[in-house]
Design a binder for this molecule. Sequence first.
Ligand code: GRF
Length: 216
Amino acid sequence: MKRIVVLISGRGSNMEAMLKARLPVDIAAVISNEPAAGGLVTAQALGIATAVVPHRAFADRTAFDEALAAEIDRHQPDFIILAGFMRVLTENFVARYLGRMVNIHPSLLPSFPGLHTHRRALEAGVRIHGCTVHFVTPGLDSGPIIIQAAVPVLPNDTEDLLAARVLEQEHRIYPQAVRWLCEARVQLGAAGSVSIIRASATIGALVSPSPDDRIF
Ligand code: GRF
């Protein structure tokens, strides 16, 4: 069975979705850079080992990343799952786990990398928003994409309403992506390409707002 380590900084709802998805994986540990992360309590309640590597205790990013890598490697994971892990990682750290580390981002990348994605989506007036699971490469939120889910932006949306709609989809697509990884059905290719072996493909479209029944 493949081993995974999940990195969190806060609430940990994606981590919880991962833990509850009953994936055929061994969840070796949940590691947080924030000692007060709510997700640590959730993980412990589910019987998963936890560790804290508090970034504030280190002089710089390099020192923190080295300590984090040491903690990760102690668990000998096949894959490293970033789930709301709010630290920018150094190039060395990213290179060490290239092709083995994935992240979830609350937007349809490459739109809205960085923070406050839901607010920015509302400000931009997009009709469709969503979330993305991608391999982690040195650029922020710019790694090769594995899976995305799209949701409509509705007329009376607030940031919170939109965030909740997207989060529901995050909880669907992230365990799916990790399952594909662990079953060796998705791989990062040399030129940054991503290949996915799927049993079948659905062809459909999300159109938002919905078009009238009779367009012509
Ligand atoms: C999620 O929206 C995730 O996409 C982003 O940070 C949020 C973390 O939420 N990277 P949670 O800690 O998984 O509940």
